[in-house]
Design a protein around this ligand. Structure first.
Ligand SMILES: *Cc1c(COP(=O)(O)O)cnc(C)c1O
Length: 405
């Protein structure tokens, strides 16, 4: 079980400062456990990359580095992050829909091993830059499937989106690639869904993608070395104990892996979600039009995930007994509460009308599953509130506590 709940001692250590508590607490040991449990069942012939955009903190990247095939990046900045955190030896592959000449120069300069190309224009651009620098750049063609894909929360393919090359245009892309002397075709890329909780359905989708890649390679006489099946292995924010059935996906892939092209995955959310908690102190409580609101030190400027997904983020309450004021301590009991942040916008809400047994000013709210697409997707400087502490537990110790203001 890798869902991270901070211990009372860890919380006490964080809460010892004068100012109200606001902190991300990451457990790097739990993160290492999680990545090992994801990669262990995978058959030979598969490679697991970490999608850096889910959480690009250097301590996270360093903790993961020994346990992953490499890193999937989507910008020049992420290339530099990985190189700074993990060094020149880390394998990097690069994707993303909007490419510049500068990106291609950066990836060539920093030893990125492959580019996932999403349009015919990007193919020509990458070819021109690689040719000027005398390099041969390996590429995958990213496909946007023609048919609809059921069952996932976010869909990048099988629908009208800005991602990939639509299936009907893949023969044109293959023809264009033949004229690109500085590019080398290595295979196809599919990142079709995000947060898929159906492992059997995900396996079926992967199998269909593998078939399609093989059919194109046969039809066009291509040397198919790699099929990248993207990320998208799901988590369930409504049920933190639920786990994606990695074994089921792995066993469905076993007959398809091993001989032939390497299969690659590049997951972010399932790797990084579970190992971090976001702790916020209750600054105030009020009733408004018949509903109860808790005002937190923190909010969506640190942790935009619940508002971007419009969900109630899972949390538990850590009661604290100290109360230093001479007036009565505000509290609510046995009623639903809406957890709002410190921003001056009604959108700054992390959970709505969730029943609680008791909540008092000065208690802490601990949001679980806060490690992926949390801090990294948030607008930190909106309203200029102090940033949260970001604390990292490593081998049981709070090794790298740090305040960034
Ligand atoms: C975001 C992204 C991923 C990671 O997706 P998760 O749902 O976090 O696993 C992988 N590949 C591409 C191209 C992406 O854009």
């Amino acid at each position: 079980m890798t869902l991270f709940h901070p211990s009372p001692a860890q919380v006490a250590a964080i809460a010892r400062t004068e100012s109200p508590v606001c902190a991300f607490l990451h457990d790097l040991d739990a993160l290492r456990c999680q990545i090992r449990s994801l990669t262990a069942p995978l058959p030979a012939g598969t490679e697991f990359f970490y999608a850096v955009k889910a959480n690009n903190d250097p301590r996270v990247l360093r903790a993961l580095a020994p346990h992953v095939a490499g890193f999937e990046v989507a910008s020049s900045g992420e290339i530099l992050r990985v190189r700074e955190a993990v060094g020149p030896g880390a394998r990097i592959v690069m994707g993303g829909p909007a490419r510049t000449e500068g990106d291609i120069r950066t990836l060539l300069a920093h030893g990125v091993e492959r580019l996932h190309v999403e349009s015919l224009h990007s193919l020509r651009l990458a070819n021109a830059v690689a040719e000027r620098s005398g390099a041969i750049l390996p590429v995958l063609l990213r496909v946007n499937l023609a048919g609809p894909v059921p069952g996932a929360t976010l869909t990048m393919g099988g629908a009208a989106t800005q991602f990939g090359i639509e299936q009907a245009s893949i023969p044109d892309a293959i023809a264009t690639l033949r004229d690109c002397r500085a590019l080398r075709f290595e295979g196809f890329h599919f990142h079709t869904v995000s947060n898929n909780r159906d492992a059997a359905g995900h396996a079926a989708l992967c199998a269909a993608e593998i078939d399609l890649a093989r059919a194109w390679a046969g039809e066009h006489g291509l040397d198919l070395r790699v099929i990248n099946l993207g990320g998208g292995w799901g988590v369930d924010y409504a049920d933190p104990a639920w786990r994606f059935d990695t074994e089921r996906l792995a066993s469905a892939l076993r007959p398809l892996a091993g001989s032939g092209p390497r299969l690659q995955f590049e997951c972010g959310r399932i790797v990084a979600a579970y190992h971090a908690a976001y702790l916020c102190e209750v600054l105030d409580l009020k009733r408004s039009h018949g509903r109860a609101f808790a005002l937190l030190r923190g909010g969506t400027h640190h942790f935009r995930l619940p508002s971007s997904w419009a969900h109630d983020h899972p949390f538990h309450i850590l009661p604290r007994e100290e109360w230093d004021h001479p007036w009565p301590r505000p509290e609510i009991a046995r009623m639903p509460v809406t957890l709002a942040g410190e921003l001056c916008t009604p959108k700054d809400v992390l959970a709505r009308d969730v029943p609680v047994a008791r909540l008092r000013v000065g208690d802490l709210v601990c949001f679980e599953m806060a490690g992926a697409y949390g801090w990294d997707i948030s607008h930190h400087d909106f309203l200029c509130h102090a940033h949260p502490e970001r604390i990292f537990l490593d081998q049981g110790r709070m090794a790298a506590a740090e305040v960034t203001v």
